[in-house]
Design a protein around this ligand. Structure first.
Ligand SMILES: Cc1cc2nc3c(=O)[nH]c(=O)nc-3n(C[C@H](O)[C@H](O)[C@H](O)COP(=O)(O)OP(=O)(O)OC[C@H]3O[C@@H](n4cnc5c(N)ncnc54)[C@H](O)[C@@H]3O)c2cc1C
Length: 414
């Protein structure tokens, strides 16, 4: 069976690509193949079921890639507007929550249904529960071999996502899909996941704290994030930590020892904290040290600090100035050596994937493979939490789909 376009993967990238290809070339015969029973399974689970679809804030730390500037050749400060227009056209109104974009319904299902309904309306063929195993370049065409059939396509959009979240369709086999081409893959690893501490943090289990977290290694600061940290037995998590995990895992993979520094009470500087503790000591000389730091931080953190600093004094009055300084330092620079990270089963994304140095940013076409496009998380681009990954998937899906549609229109008019 010959198709004009075969889209491998029915996530936000693949669904968008199929829609755009068909809208650009109405006569095109398009097939979407997905190994799941339904399209958009991962999308249903995003944003805790609310689907944080995009983000209007953008800086050079929003995306992680070995090809650092590539993501910004596709995503710019106008992208979220284009994405909004695309979804408005599908009938999904967008709610802007301080830069974090969601469907107005606050339901991911609204987004999945809108994409799926447009796909059906356009007459795009869908094969679910079918897994593509390889893409074989032949003369001017591509063979697509699946676990139950073989097809030929004029153009192929590879959008199978990543290995992250296997229960939602993620699989490490995606990295073998283009094995029969010269297209390189950057070694993948989990991303947006929790980090394992070398130190026993069981005393902090269950604590959540507002803070700033920074990733340090050998005296350099790699990244910093504000937000809430969550402590578990031997683990650090929470969105701020997830966002540091991408670079942190790169450092671990390089055999280095990254450190996460937690700055508690972020709105007070060290001078403010010292002033507070001194005043406490003067006004409450008989109160215990736990109460002193508990005036600023959660009581479990207060006890953890006292144990860590091995403070002998039991009342505030007996705390020396030097001990006071150490307490301030610990509150503002609580450091944890990182020894590991969560696996794909608990990751929201994966780093690595198709090396973007071989992709054209205007079309997502692979160099040397006319009509073969890559979209979404399959490429070596990973966004921070906050809508950046779906925005990447949709925007690259648009570019790939439009480019495939234009190629088909051009060929059909020949
Ligand atoms: C719990 C969770 C919450 C998240 N929340 C957010 C959020 O709020 N905002 C945000 O921006 N990002 C979020 N993400 C990340 C986001 O979901 C992904 O980055 C995004 O879905 C990637 O889109 P994609 O189309 O590239 O890949 P996917 O959505 O993973 O879709 C790829 C599809 O390809 C299929 N497939 C894989 N291999 C094959 C094959 N060989 N043959 C056929 N089909 C195949 C899969 O079954 C899957 O349906 C979240 C992720 C998780 C796990």
């Amino acid at each position: 069976m010959i198709y004009d376009t075969i889209v491998i993967g029915g996530g936000p990238a693949g669904m968008t690509a199929a829609i755009k290809a068909k809208e650009t070339c109405e006569k095109a015969k398009i097939l979407i193949i997905d190994r799941n029973k339904k399209l958009g399974k991962k999308l249903y689970a995003t944003g805790n079921g609310r689907c944080n679809i995009a983000n209007s804030a953008l800086d050079l730390s929003s995306y992680h890639s070995c090809n650092e500037f590539f993501p910004y050749q596709i995503i710019n400060t106008e992208s979220y507007k284009k994405l909004k227009e695309f979804f408005m056209d599908l009938g999904v109104a967008i709610y802007d929550d301080g830069g974090y974009l969601y469907p107005q319904s606050m339901q991911a299902s609204t987004v999945v249904w809108a994409l799926s309904d447009r796909i059906k309306h356009l007459g795009i063929e869908i094969h679910t529960t079918e897994e593509a195993e390889s893409v074989e370049p032949t003369d001017e065409m591509y063979g697509v071999v699946t676990d139950c059939a073989e097809y030929t396509a004029r153009t192929v959009v590879a959008a199978p996502g990543s290995a992250a979240a296997p229960k939602l369709g993620g699989t490490e086999s995606v990295y073998r899909l283009l094995e029969n081409t010269d297209i390189r893959t950057i070694a993948p690893h989990p991303a947006l996941c929790r980090l394992k501490t070398r130190e026993d943090t069981s005393d902090l289990a269950g604590v959540r704290a507002r803070c700033r977290v920074s990733l340090l290694c050998d005296g350099d600061v790699y990244d910093s994030e504000s937000g809430e940290i969550q402590f578990a037995d031997g683990w650090l998590s929470g969105i701020a930590v997830f966002n540091l995990s991408m670079q942190c895992i790169d450092l671990l993979d390089d055999g280095r020892t990254p450190v996460v520094e937690v700055t508690l009470v972020p709105e007070m500087d060290e001078g403010d904290v010292l002033g507070y503790l001194r005043k406490f000591r003067d006004s409450n000389p008989d109160r215990r040290l736990e109460a002193m730091s508990n005036g600023l931080v959660n009581e479990k953190i207060a006890r953890f600090i006292i144990n860590r600093l091995e403070l002998k004094s039991v009342t505030a009055a007996r705390l020396t100035d030097e001990e006071l300084d150490r307490m301030v330092f610990e509150i503002k620079h609580m450091r944890f050596e990182i020894s590991g990270h969560g696996g794909y089963d608990e990751s929201q994304a994966a780093c690595g994937g198709i090396d973007t140095r071989q992709l054209r940013p205007d079309s997502m076409e692979a160099d040397g493979y006319k009509g073969l496009y890559v979209a979404g998380e399959y490429a070596d681009v990973t966004g921070k939490c906050g809508g950046y990954n779906i925005m990447w998937a949709v925007m690259t899906g648009m570019r790939a789909g439009e480019a495939a549609g234009k190629r088909l229109t051009h060929d059909k008019n020949k």
